[in-house]
Design a binder for this molecule. Sequence first.
Ligand SMILES: Cc1cc2nc3c(=O)[nH]c(=O)nc-3n(C[C@H](O)[C@H](O)[C@H](O)COP(=O)(O)O)c2cc1C
Length: 211
Amino acid sequence: MKIALINGSPRHKDSASAVILQMLKRMLAEENEILELYCATPAFAEHDLKQITSCDRLVFSFPLYVDAIPSHLLRCLSQLEEAYSAKAGSKPAVYALVNCGFYEGSQNSVALDIIKNWCHKAGPTYGQGIGMGGGGMLLAISGVPDDKGPKRIVYEAIKTMANNILAGASADNLFVSPGFPRFAYKLSAEFGWRKAIKENGLKVKDLSRRM
Ligand SMILES: Cc1cc2nc3c(=O)[nH]c(=O)nc-3n(C[C@H](O)[C@H](O)[C@H](O)COP(=O)(O)O)c2cc1C
C-alpha cells in the first residue's frame, strides 16, 4: 500500500507535526511504501501532485492556526482538489493529525471538521482525525521512547489510527491532552515565552503589548 505522510508545518523537521508523523511512520513503514512531503513551500509541484494522487492513503499532520488550518495547507488542499477532479479512479482515505499550543486536544475539532468537509468536496473518504494538545511539549520530548511517559497517551491514539489506516477504516475522531499536569505545562510554556522574548531583544512586559 502507498501512503503519503504530508507535513503541513512551516517549521518542517523541527516541528511537533514532524515528531507525530515520525511516530506514525515507525508503525507503518514495514511492508508499505511511504511518501514523505512538506506542503509549506509555495505549492505542490506537478510531480508531487502525481505522486500524492497515486496513494491509497493520505495523512496530514499540521499545527492549529487561529482555530483552523494554516493558509499554505489550504492552498495545497485546493491544488489536490483540482488534481482529484481531473483523475478518474478510486480516491484515497484521508487521516489528519492536528496539534496545538493549548493543553486541550479538543481545541482542534474545527480544524478536523475542515479536513472532513474538504474530503466531502474533493472526493476522498474521511478516515479519522486526532486532535492533540500541548504541541510544544511534543517537540521538547521528541527523544523520549514513543510508548513511555508523557508520550504514551499520544502513542496509543496514533496506534489506533495506524490500525485504521492499514484497514482503510473510518472511525470517530480522538482527542488527547499531554500526559503531564496542566499547571506544569502552563508554567513551562510561560517560562519559554519569557526566554524567547528576551532572546529577541524585547522585555517580558512586551508579551502583553497590544498591537
Ligand atoms: C499563526 C499561529 C496561530 C496559532 N493559533 C493557535 C490556536 O488558535 N490555538 C492553539 O492552541 N495554538 C495555536 N498556535 C500554536 C501552534 O498550533 C502550536 O505551537 C503548534 O504546536 C505548532 O506546531 P508545529 O511545531 O507542528 O508547527 C498558533 C501558532 C501560530 C504561529
